[in-house]
Ligand binder design. Sequence first.
Ligand SMILES: *[C@@H]1O[C@H](CO)[C@@H](O)[C@H](O)[C@H]1NC(C)=O
Ligand SMILES: *[C@@H]1O[C@H](CO)[C@@H](O)[C@H](O)[C@H]1NC(C)=O
Ligand SMILES: *[C@@H]1O[C@H](CO)[C@@H](O)[C@H](O)[C@H]1NC(C)=O
Ligand SMILES: *[C@@H]1O[C@H](CO)[C@@H](O)[C@H](O)[C@H]1NC(C)=O
Ligand SMILES: *[C@@H]1O[C@H](CO)[C@@H](O)[C@H](O)[C@H]1NC(C)=O
Ligand SMILES: *[C@@H]1O[C@H](CO)[C@@H](O)[C@H](O)[C@H]1NC(C)=O
Ligand SMILES: *[C@@H]1O[C@H](CO)[C@@H](O)[C@H](O)[C@H]1NC(C)=O
Ligand SMILES: *[C@@H]1O[C@H](CO)[C@@H](O)[C@H](O)[C@H]1NC(C)=O
Ligand SMILES: *[C@@H]1O[C@H](CO)[C@@H](O)[C@H](O)[C@H]1NC(C)=O
Ligand SMILES: *[C@@H]1O[C@H](CO)[C@@H](O)[C@H](O)[C@H]1NC(C)=O
Ligand SMILES: *[C@@H]1O[C@H](CO)[C@@H](O)[C@H](O)[C@H]1NC(C)=O
Ligand SMILES: *[C@@H]1O[C@H](CO)[C@@H](O)[C@H](O)[C@H]1NC(C)=O
Length: 645
Amino acid sequence: MSLIKSFSLLNLSSTMTALDLSGASLQGNFPDEIFRLPNLQALYLYGNSKLTGYLPNSNWSSPLRKLYLSSTNFTGKIPDSIGNLLLLEIVHIEGCSFTGSIPTSIGNLTRATEIVFASNRLTGHLPHHVSGLSYLTTLDLSGNSLQGRVPSWLFTLPSLVSIDLSNNMLNGPIDSFQSPNSLQEVRLQKNEIHGTIPNSIFQLVNLTYLDLTSNNLSGTVKFDMFSKLQSLQYLYLSNNSLLSFTSSSYLDIKYSVPSLQELNLSNCNVNQFPRFLRNSGKLTSLDLSNGRIHGRISKHDSEGWKNLIDLHLSNNFLTHVELHPWQEIKILDLQNNKIQGSILVPPPSTQVFLVSNNKLSGQIPPSICSLSSLQYLSLSHNNLSGTIPSCLGNFSTELIILDLKNNSLEGHIHDTFANASSLRSLDLNSNKLEGPLPRSLANCSVLQVVNVGNNMISDTFPSLQINDLSHNEFTGFLPRTIFVSMEAMKNVEEMEFGPQYIGGFYYKDSVTVAMKGRDVLLYKILIIFRAMDFSSNRFNGEIPEVLGNFKSLKVLNLSHNGLTVTCSNDGLPKAPPSASTDHEEDETTSWFDWKVAKLGFASGVVIGLSIGYILLSIGRPRWLVKMVERDQQKKVRRRRPRDRM
Ligand SMILES: *[C@@H]1O[C@H](CO)[C@@H](O)[C@H](O)[C@H]1NC(C)=O
Ligand SMILES: *[C@@H]1O[C@H](CO)[C@@H](O)[C@H](O)[C@H]1NC(C)=O
Ligand SMILES: *[C@@H]1O[C@H](CO)[C@@H](O)[C@H](O)[C@H]1NC(C)=O
Ligand SMILES: *[C@@H]1O[C@H](CO)[C@@H](O)[C@H](O)[C@H]1NC(C)=O
Ligand SMILES: *[C@@H]1O[C@H](CO)[C@@H](O)[C@H](O)[C@H]1NC(C)=O
Ligand SMILES: *[C@@H]1O[C@H](CO)[C@@H](O)[C@H](O)[C@H]1NC(C)=O
Ligand SMILES: *[C@@H]1O[C@H](CO)[C@@H](O)[C@H](O)[C@H]1NC(C)=O
Ligand SMILES: *[C@@H]1O[C@H](CO)[C@@H](O)[C@H](O)[C@H]1NC(C)=O
Ligand SMILES: *[C@@H]1O[C@H](CO)[C@@H](O)[C@H](O)[C@H]1NC(C)=O
Ligand SMILES: *[C@@H]1O[C@H](CO)[C@@H](O)[C@H](O)[C@H]1NC(C)=O
Ligand SMILES: *[C@@H]1O[C@H](CO)[C@@H](O)[C@H](O)[C@H]1NC(C)=O
Ligand SMILES: *[C@@H]1O[C@H](CO)[C@@H](O)[C@H](O)[C@H]1NC(C)=O
C-alpha cells in the first residue's frame, strides 16, 4: 500500500485520538507528522516489518499515552524529546533498528508503566540515576548492546515488577541498594556482569524469577540466603564458573525455598548437595551438573521431590544415587560420575536415561523394559556384564538411541527390533557379543548408526546405512546393490547454517574410525560425514564404483580384509593418469570428486576414501592420490589380515 495516498486522509483527522495500523503490511517511510497530531493518544504500528521511519525530535503529540512500534523497521535514535511525553504510559519499541543510547529523559515519564526497547541496537550505559518512573512495572531492554553497571535504581523503583536486561554486554557489577522494591522477575542472563551477587538481592522478598546465567559472577553464596526468597520459583545461576556456594552450617537443612520449581546451578562449582532442596515438593527441574559434588544423594535428600521432571547430575563425583522415587521423572542424566553397583531402574515415566561413564556393574535388569516411553538409553562405558535382555529391542517404540558400548556384555543380540520404528542409533561397540546381526534391524527405517565394532559378530554383510563393523568376522562380497541402496549417503549437502551433527540435544553419536592405521574417535559425526569402517573383517570383492555417488561418504575403511586394488610398486594405489598426486585444491571432477587415500601405508591393505572435513581434522595426508580407474576390474584375492600401523 502506498503510504502517501493513505495518509493524505490524515489532513482531515487532526481530531483523531487513536490510529491503529498494526499488521497492515505497510511499506515505505512513515510520515513523522502523525506523531504531532494534536489530539493523538494512541498509535499502533507494530507488525509492519517493512515500514521505516524515525521518531520526531520535537513537537510530539502531547497527549500521547500509548506507542506501539514493535516489529517495524524504525531506525535512528530514541530522541531525548520522548521525555516530553508526560502522559506516556506504554511504549513498546521491540525488534526495530534503533541505535544510540537510552535517553536519560526517560526518567521524566512519570506515568509510564511499561517501557520495552528490547532487541534493538542500543549502546551505552543505563542512566545512573532515575527518580521518576514511579508507576513503571515493566522494563525490558534485553537484546541490545548495553554496557556498564546494573544500577541500583532498578531495585528501588517503587512499582517495578519485572526487569529484563538479558543478552546485553553489561560488564559492571550489580550495585547494592537499600529500600528494595517488590520486584518479582529479574533477568540479567547472558551479560558479562562481574563481582559478587550483592546481599541486597536477597532482600527482594517478592522475587519469583531470578536469572543470572552466563555472566562472570564470583564470590561465595551461602545456600541459606536463598531461604529469604520464600516466593522464588525459578532460580538460574548456571555458567558462572567463578561462583561458589557454601552451607553456613549443618543446620541449613532447616532452611527451605518452598516455592522453588526450577533450579539450575550447572557449571558453578557446587561442591555439596544443597540441603535446602530436601523438601522442595514443587521442584520440577534440577540441574547440578558440572559441579564437584562427591558421595551420595541419599533417600532423605531426594524423596521429597514429588514433582521432579528432569534431573541433571552429570559431571560430578557421585558414587550413589540411592533412590529414584520420582513418579513424574522424564529426564535423568547421571553421566560421568562414579556411580557403583547395579543399575537402579527409574520409574516408567522416564524418557531419557543416561548413565554412561560410571562404574556400574552386574547385569542389565530385564525390568528396564518397563520403561515403555524411553527414548534415550545410554549405559556406555560401564562394567556391565551378562547378556542383553531380549526385550531391549522392543520394549519402547519411542526408542531413539540405544548405547551400550564399552561394557562386557556377551551372548547374541536378540532379533526383536522389528517395531523399533524410531531407532536412530544402535551402538554396541566394544563388548563381547557374538552371532549374527539381528535381521529385524532392516525394519528400522530411520536407523543411521549401527556400531557393532570390536565384538565377535560373525555374519554376511548386512544392508545398513552407517557401519562400524570393524574387528568382527564378516565374510562375503561387498554387493553393489548395498551401496546403491544407501540413498542417505547420496546428496547430503553441506548445511547452510554451519555444520550439523548427528544426534540431538541429549546425545551426540560418536564413532571410532580407523584412519591412517590408527583408531580415531570422532566425538561428533557431521551429518554430511558418513563413515563405513569395514576393517578387520574378511570381505572379498571389488570396490563398487557406485560409491562415487555418495557425496556425503567421507571415509570408507576396508582395512584388514581380502580386497585388492591395483597397486603400484610402492604399495600405494596407482595414481590416476590425469590427476596430480598432491593437493586437495587441485581437485577437479575426476573420480566423482573423491580422493582415495591409502591409509596405513606400511600394512599395504588399508584403503580409505576420504575428503574434506576429516582431512582437515587430521591433517592432509601427503600420500593422497586420486583414482580414476573406475572401469578397471579389481581382482579378487584374499589376503591374510595384518596388523595396522
Ligand atoms: C530496514 O531498513 C533498512 C534501511 O534503513 C534496509 O536496509 C532494510 O532492508 C530494511 N529491512 C526490512 C526488513 O525491510
Ligand atoms: C515545532 O513547533 C514550533 C513551535 O510551535 C515550530 O516553530 C517548529 O517549526 C516545529 N517543528 C517542527 C519540526 O515541526
Ligand atoms: C526531563 O529530563 C531531563 C533530563 O533528565 C531534565 O533535564 C528535564 O528537566 C526534564 N524535563 C521535565 C519537563 O521534567
Ligand atoms: C511482597 O511481599 C510482602 C511480604 O511477603 C507481601 O506482604 C506483599 O504483598 C508482596 N507484594 C506483592 C506485590 O506481591
Ligand atoms: C557460558 O558463558 C560463556 C560466557 O560467559 C558463553 O560464551 C557460553 O556460551 C556459556 N555456555 C553455555 C552453555 O551457556
Ligand atoms: C571474569 O572475571 C575475572 C576476574 O573476576 C577476570 O579475570 C576475567 O577476565 C573475566 N572474564 C571475562 C570473560 O570477562
Ligand atoms: C542449565 O544451564 C546450562 C548452562 O547455561 C544449560 O546448558 C542447561 O541446559 C541448563 N539446564 C536446564 C535443565 O535447562
Ligand atoms: C571403556 O570404559 C572404561 C571405563 O569403564 C574406560 O576407562 C575406557 O577408556 C573405555 N574405553 C574406550 C575405548 O572408550
Ligand atoms: C568389572 O567387573 C568384573 C566382574 O564382573 C570384575 O572382575 C572387574 O574387576 C571389573 N572391572 C572394573 C574395571 O571394575
Ligand atoms: C517383544 O518381542 C517378543 C518376541 O518377539 C514378544 O514376545 C513380546 O511380546 C514383544 N514385546 C512387545 C512389548 O512388543
Ligand atoms: C511388533 O508389533 C506387533 C503389533 O503390535 C506385535 O504383534 C509384534 O509382536 C511386535 N514384534 C516385536 C518383535 O515386538
Ligand atoms: C518388517 O516389517 C514388515 C511389515 O512392515 C514385516 O512383514 C517383516 O516381517 C518385517 N521384517 C523383519 C525382518 O522383521
